[in-house]
Design a protein around this ligand. Structure first.
Ligand code: SF4
Length: 304
């Protein structure tokens, strides 16, 4: 199903209102600086996918200072990049970033490619990241759709309190329909809508009274009707395998060498720890040195 723009939507004035707001209110994030390299942009996009920006920014600075180019990261050991990932969560992203750096060196002479197809072919780079790098690193007219964009556009155009539980074809079509024609304007539009969603049109408490498009927003104009779509389940964390995996990887980050099984996640259910250890080994995030000693990948030779 495709969502065509309702005739009431004046796209030109919508663009102008959002551009004006963004020019005044955007946060001066380092990867938005025109001097930031495409590698810096790619790194920021991967880090920010599932982690709040307040935690991303210090880690981004640390990574850019240690590994300012893909070639620098490609030379690093997997264990060291998992260690440096710190508490950003979902540490498989660190391994995929290193694999992407290796692929960039091998396939593209160490330069992040501009072509979205070539970006998509890199390890760990999906549709969103490829589009975001094309837009924000190279100023291309790509359709960048994250959760903020989906929510803002669902409210402004479709008059819905929230976007669908998962990305739909109609949302991508809508985002494409709203994109300015000129490449550079499109890149700014993408980041400006994201910023509006992050700062004003938030999921739980949108501040419509401060919003630059409040008089053009279908949901606001309709009196902000309650969400009546499918039930949205929050993600449980406490007691999950994800939590226990995080405890194990963090324990190994905090030591220079290996740890015995009993020191990895004390107090946690033994069967759950076994299951998490097996998953972490399979994902390449830790290495077994024996039946009951484990280390970050690449640290085995230090610890034997
Ligand atoms: S008016 Fe409210 S709901 Fe509409 S875009 Fe602005 S903040 Fe979001």
């Amino acid at each position: 199903m495709s969502v065509s723009l309702p005739s009431a939507v004046d796209v030109q004035s919508l663009h102008e209102a959002v551009f004006d707001w963004y020019a005044v209110h955007s946060r001066p994030l380092p990867w938005r600086d025109p001097s930031c390299s495409p590698w810096g942009v790619l790194l920021s996009e991967v880090m920010a996918q599932q982690t709040p920006l307040a935690r991303v920014e210090p880690a981004w600075h640390e990574w850019m200072s240690r590994w300012p180019t893909p070639a620098d990261l490609a030379r690093e050991s997997p264990g060291e990049v998992v260690r440096a990932w710190g508490r950003l969560g979902y540490p498989r992203r660190a391994l995929r970033l290193r694999e992407a750096a290796v692929a960039i060196v091998e396939r593209h002479g160490g330069a992040v490619p501009r072509d979205q197809g070539q970006l998509l072919a890199l390890p760990g780079i999906g549709d969103y990241t490829a589009a975001a790098v094309a837009a924000f690193a190279f100023g291309d007219r790509s359709v960048v759709v994250d959760t903020n964009v989906r929510r803002v556009e669902a409210r402004i155009v479709s008059g819905l309190a929230q976007a669908a539980p998962s990305l739909t074809r109609a949302e991508v079509d809508l985002a494409r329909d709203l994109l300015p024609v000129v490449d550079q304007d499109a890149a700014v539009w993408n980041v400006a809508v994201m910023e509006l969603g992050a700062l004003v049109c938030t999921a739980r408490a949108p501040r419509c009274e401060e919003c630059p498009v409040r008089s053009r927003c279908a949901w606001n104009v309709a009196g902000r009707p309650a969400y009546d779509g499918p039930v949205r389940r929050g993600q449980r964390w406490h007691g999950t395998d994800r939590q226990v995996r995080g405890i194990i990887v963090q324990a190994l980050r905090e030591v220079p060498a290996a740890l015995g099984r009993g020191d990895l996640a004390p107090g946690q259910d033994a069967q759950q720890v076994d299951r998490c250890l097996a998953g972490l080994i399979e994902d390449g995030l830790i290495e077994p040195l024996s039946d009951d000693r484990f280390a970050l990948p690449g640290h085995a030779e230090v610890t034997r």
